[in-house]
Design a binder for this molecule. Structure first.
Ligand SMILES: [Fe+2]
Length: 386
């Protein structure tokens, strides 16, 4: 029985190959005059910045470009970016890149509109008014950050990840142009794609799943399962690239729209990513089968539906067998895409696992996990993945 649920939709979403060359009248709707581009060195090296800049300049003045964004965005980078934005007198932030530049841009807007310290706004719904406008142009198909109400920023001093959640953080416009993802190398294509898959799975099995997020999550699982291998191994093919870009956007809507439904895999991935330089998607890929195993006893029918969405034929077999096949199918997808399967191979020392488990236990993502987890449970999952 459905008692209550919430679902919020925020950004306008536009999809088209080559769209970035002329975004057009949607920029005028934002009422801005001076754009600041926020990107990272990877985007700059891929030659994407010149293209995005030229496309923007058909409709708006570009007042500056900020590319000092590290792979796991940091509090210091956000502060530097906000300072630069003030110097440029910008009234529109255009983020180009993966999760790090997009989350950096989101957090910069907090400082630009509200001032103060970033830490003051960590948590849920601490923003009370719209921030300066933002366009998000993803160059990876994974985070879904272009449509989410979330930003995750690393506190490089405390070595933890800070999570910010507010509908005001969501961008105003998301530009999905699959041509921008063609240059993404296979390893990052796979890791970011699995991040999107985890968003969809954790949203679907989480405690605040609802009919709207369910439909989005299942569609995303289907699209990712059918396209991630092709996008990884035939990166120049625009078709699977486009499918993955749309799927990661849908998965982002699924977990963010209901208020932020993630789970134990993200709780651990955040803890590991805070303590070590490991790509968020890679950490998720390693942890996913173990997190699914742990959660499957709490909501078996949900995991059976995921298995069927993954193409597992139930054929009258016991539900446990169908679920096990679904988890195996996910494991096989990560292996086929060349992703690592062990934390030990990612320079995570075994003696760090207790601290990681402790940090993960306090992560907001755990609040919507379908099965309550103790410290021992979280540590056991981390050990299994090590
Ligand atoms: Fe994620």
């Amino acid at each position: 029985m459905i008692d209550f649920f919430e679902f919020q939709l925020r950004p306008q979403v536009l999809y088209k190959a080559g769209l970035v060359d002329d975004i057009g009248p949607e920029i005028a709707n934002l009422g801005a005059e001076r754009a600041l581009i926020v990107a990272d060195e990877g985007v700059a090296h891929a030659g994407l910045l010149d293209r995005v800049r030229a496309g923007l300049e058909r409709n708006i003045m570009v007042a500056g470009i900020f590319t000092e964004v590290p792979p796991n965005s940091s509090v210091a980078a956000v502060a530097r970016g906000a300072e630069y934005a003030r110097e440029c007198g910008t009234d529109l932030i255009v983020a180009v890149g993966g999760g790090s530049p997009i989350d950096t841009a989101k957090a910069m807007r907090i400082l630009l509109t509200e001032g103060g310290r970033l830490h003051d706004y960590e948590g849920y719904n601490l923003l009370t008014r719209p921030l300066i406008p933002m366009i998000a142009i993803p160059t990876t198909a994974g985070t879904g950050s272009e449509v989410t109400a979330w930003a995750v920023i690393r506190d490089e001093v405390a070595r933890v990840k800070l999570a910010f959640s507010s509908i005001y953080l969501a961008p105003d416009l998301a530009i999905l142009d699959p041509e921008l993802t063609l240059s993404l190398p296979p390893g990052l294509t796979a890791a970011t794609g699995i991040d999107a898959l985890v968003h969809a799975i954790e949203s679907f099995v989480g405690t605040i799943a609802n009919p709207i997020s369910d439909s989005l999550a299942l569609q995303a699982i289907d699209m990712i399962s059918n396209n991630l291998r092709d996008a990884t191994y035939d990166g120049n093919d625009i078709e699977p690239r486009g499918q993955m870009l749309i799927a990661s956007c849908i998965a982002g809507m699924a977990f963010s729209g209901g208020g932020g439904s993630l789970g134990i895999v993200h709780a651990l991935a955040h803890a590991i990513g805070g303590a070590f330089e490991i790509h968020h998607g890679t950490a998720n890929a390693i942890l996913l089968p173990y997190g699914m195993q742990f959660n499957s006893v709490a909501v078996p029918n949900r995991f059976a539906r995921i298995a069927r969405a993954r193409g597992v034929n139930s054929g009258g077999r016991p539900e446990e067998d169908v679920i096990a096949d679904g988890i195996d199918a996910v494991r096989l997808l990560t292996v086929d895409c060349g992703l690592p399967t062990r934390l030990r191979d990612m320079a995570v020392p075994e003696d760090a696992l207790p601290v990681i488990a402790e940090t993960a236990l306090g992560d907001a993502a755990l609040l919507t996990n379908p099965r309550p987890a103790t410290y021992d449970d979280v540590l056991e999952i981390a050990r299994s993945a090590w």
